[in-house]
Design a protein around this ligand. Structure first.
Ligand code: SF4
Ligand code: SF4
Length: 375
C-alpha cells in the first residue's frame, strides 16, 4: 500500500480508503474492516446518513484491530444545516455511534447547492459548531463532499474553510479537473468518491470497453489513471465484504506514472469515442446550460457518449434513471422534458442537435426510477 499526505491535514492516508456505506451488518463490518487494515488501508469513511454504518463501524473499531486508534483515520460526514445547534448535536451523535472521542476528519456531506454554501458561510450556520468541535478536539480536520456543479465547488474551495474535498472525478468524468487544480493549489486533500461504481460500473464492464482497454481491465485502467495523478490523495472502495477488496487493492502499490501500454489504451478510448460519435459527440463544455426545463443536458449527453462509444448502456441506465429521483444529489430532469424551445442551440460550440440527441438518449436509457443506494 502506498500512502500520501491528505493535503494540509498531513494525515498520511492510504491511497485506497474503505467507504463503509455498503457494509450490511456488524459482523460483515468487522470482517471487512479487519481485512482492509490487514491490506494496508488506514482510512475508514462513513456518514451520519448512511443508515447503521456509523454503528457498524463503531463495532469494528472496538473489535480488537491489529493497529491502534492513533494509526487509524476515521472520517464521517454530516449534512450542511443553517442551524449550528443541529450540527453540534449531530457531531456528538456521530461520535457516540462510532464510540470514539474524536473524528480525524469531518466532511460537510453534500455541499451541493448555492443554499448549502450560504449555510456554511453564514456566521451562525453549521460551521460555527464545526469550528467549536475543532477547538475542543472532537474534530481534527474539516472538509466537504460534493455532487454539485463545478462552479459551486470552486466557490466552496475558495471560502478557505476546508482542508480537504470529496468529489467525483474519473476517467469517464473529468469535468471537475479545475476543482482538482484549485484544491491542489490550496494544498487540500482530495478523496475520490466511488470511482469504480459511480465512475462507470467498472466491476461489470461491457465487452466493448474490455476490448478497448485490453490487456488492462477497465477497472484497473481507471484506478491507474487516478493513482498516477499527484493531485489526488485517496480513492474510495465501497466494498460490501472482504472479498471485494481484493481487486482494487491489487493496485495499491501502483501509483507511478502511466505506462506506454496504459497511455495507448487511453488513446484507443479517445479514438473510439471520436469514431463512434462523429459529429454527435458532446464535448462536455457545459455552455448549453441553463435549460428552462431543467434538463442536465451535458450529463445526459455524457451518458449517451459512453453508451454509444463503449456500450456502457448498463451504466448509462443506472445513472439516467436517477434524474428526477435524487434531488440535489443528482440534479436535473430527463431528456424527454425537452420542448424544443431552441434556447440551448446557439450556445453549443459543436452545433449539436441537442433536442434530437436528448430524445435518443431517453429512448436508450430510460427505465424504472432509481434512488440513491442509502435511501
Ligand atoms: S431545446 Fe430542449 S434542451 Fe434545449 S433549452 Fe430548450 S428545452 Fe432545454
Ligand atoms: S454546449 Fe454542446 S458540446 Fe457543450 S455540453 Fe452542451 S451539448 Fe455538449
Amino acid at each position: 500500500m502506498r500512502y500520501r499526505p491528505f493535503g494540509k491535514t498531513d494525515l498520511p492516508l492510504s491511497v485506497f480508503s474503505l467507504g463503509t456505506m455498503r457494509l450490511a451488518s456488524e459482523s460483515v463490518a468487522i470482517q471487512t474492516v479487519q481485512q482492509a487494515i490487514a491490506l494496508g488501508i488506514n482510512h475508514l469513511e462513513t456518514a451520519a446518513g448512511y443508515g447503521d454504518s456509523e454503528q457498524y463501524l463503531g463495532e469494528a473499531l472496538r473489535s480488537g484491530l491489529s493497529i491502534s486508534r492513533a494509526q487509524l483515520y476515521v472520517t464521517s460526514k454530516i449534512p450542511p444545516t443553517v442551524d449550528a445547534d443541529v450540527m453540534e448535536r449531530t457531531i456528538d451523535q456521530s461520535l457516540e455511534r462510532l464510540g470514539v472521542d474524536y473524528l480525524d476528519a469531518l466532511a460537510i456531506h453534500g455541499l451541493n447547492t448555492e443554499e448549502h454554501l450560504t449555510w456554511v458561510t453564514a456566521p451562525n450556520g453549521c460551521m460555527k459548531a464545526v469550528r467549536k468541535a475543532v477547538t475542543d478536539g472532537r474534530v481534527r480536520h474539516v472538509g466537504f463532499s460534493t455532487h454539485g456543479f463545478l462552479e459551486l465547488i470552486l466557490q466552496a474551495i475558495a471560502t478557505d474553510q476546508f482542508e480537504f474535498i470529496n468529489l467525483h472525478y474519473t476517467l469517464f468524468f473529468q469535468r471537475n479537473n479545475a476543482a482538482l487544480d484549485l484544491a491542489h493549489q490550496k494544498d487540500m486533500g482530495v478523496f475520490i468518491i466511488s470511482p469504480a461504481d459511480k465512475g462507470g460500473l467498472l466491476y461489470t464492464p461491457s465487452p466493448t470497453l474490455e476490448a478497448l482497454c485490453h490487456p488492462i481491465s477497465p477497472l484497473a485502467l481507471n484506478y491507474r489513471f487516478l493513482l498516477s495523478d499527484p493531485r489526488i490523495t485517496t480513492l474510495s472502495v465501497g466494498a460490501a465484504n472482504p472479498a471485494e477488496l481484493a481487486l482494487p487493492l491489487a493496485l495499491a502499490d501502483q501509483d507511478g506514472s502511466l505506462s506506454v501500454m496504459e497511455l495507448e489504451a487511453l488513446q484507443r478510448l479517445q479514438t473510439q469515442q471520436e469514431l463512434a460519435l462523429g459529429s454527435d459527440r458532446c464535448s462536455q463544455c457545459y455552455a448549453c446550460l441553463p435549460c428552462p426545463e431543467g434538463i442536465h443536458i451535458p450529463e445526459v449527453l455524457r451518458l449517451r457518449n459512453l453508451a454509444t462509444a463503449y456500450d456502457m448502456t448498463q451504466y448509462g441506465q443506472y445513472r439516467y434513471r436517477m434524474f428526477e429521483n435524487a434531488g440535489h444529489w443528482f440534479p436535473g430532469n430527463k431528456g424527454n422534458r425537452c420542448t424544443t424551445c431552441g434556447d440551448c442551440l446557439p450556445r453549443c460550440p459543436e452545433s449539436l442537435n441537442i433536442p434530437v440527441l436528448l430524445q435518443d438518449t431517453h429512448a436508450k436509457l430510460k427505465g424504472a426510477a432509481r434512488r440513491r443506494l442509502w435511501e
